[in-house]
Ligand binder design. Structure first.
Ligand code: 6PG
Length: 213
């Protein structure tokens, strides 16, 4: 079971999530730390606060993307909230046509840390309920379709995401209470709630802010 941290004050959520990420990075002995970042709205304030962290040595850090929309809005958000504010980042690897090969060439586990979100329908990354992407076991990246919002997506597959030392979920919104409890219960299948696949990973932390609507 993941470690669950719940907050009813937004600033506490941001502070604790940032501290958790800083602690992980500080304790890592890797010379190059590879982290994969999700899009969506929940992580924005965390990325902004991370950009101001005095504890992170960004020259050791390589940032990858978990998923992207056809309008490139995830890359845009990650650049604006975090990357544009860093002067010494080792590298940023946005989704491009060589992304699958780039991931394939990484040592395993591919990532040291993956940051994920949770949708009200149980999706995570851009892997949506009742789609073949939930069961993908070979490809590292996949084209998928979102039932809502920007339709065309590209995403790391579950095998790529699970190849990470640690996984942290950043989840905000009172409206996600129900899916959060269904996700963590024995109820429902992986096809219905794709984020359940991540529960197979041994080191998952969940930060949940239920203060906002
Ligand atoms: C995306 C994502 C997606 C997101 C969830 C939660 O690009 O949409 O990476 O998996 O994390 O949909 O989104 P919110 O944080 O906006 O609720």
């Amino acid at each position: 079971m993941p470690n669950i941290y719940k907050f009813n004050i937004g600033s506490d959520f941001v502070l604790k999530a940032v501290t958790g990420i800083e602690d992980f990075m500080e304790s890592s002995e890797a010379s190059s730390i590879r982290i994969a970042l999700s899009g969506g709205s929940s992580p924005i304030a965390v990325y902004e606060k991370l950009a101001a962290s005095q504890k992170i040595d960004w020259s050791r850090i390589e940032i990858y993307q978990v998923d992207e929309r056809s309008d490139h809005s995830n890359e845009e958000m990650i650049r604006e909230a975090l990357i544009a504010k860093l002067s010494d980042l080792k590298a940023f690897h946005p989704f491009d046509k060589n992304y699958e090969k780039k991931i394939q060439a990484l040592p395993r586990p591919f990532f040291h840390l993956v940051l994920l979100g949770l949708g009200e329908d149980g999706h995570t990354a851009s892997i949506f309920p009742h789609s073949s992407a939930v069961e993908e076991i070979e490809a590292l990246t996949l084209k998928t379709e979102s039932p809502t919002g920007v339709k065309e997506r590209i995403t790391l597959s579950f095998p790529a995401i699970l190849s990470s030392e640690k996984i942290i979920f950043l989840i905000r919104g009172a409206g996600k209470k129900e899916i959060l409890s269904r996700w963590l219960s024995d109820e429902g299948s992986e096809m219905e709630i794709p984020a359940k696949v991540i529960l197979d990973h041994p080191d998952v932390d969940v930060y949940y802010d239920y203060s906002q609507s």
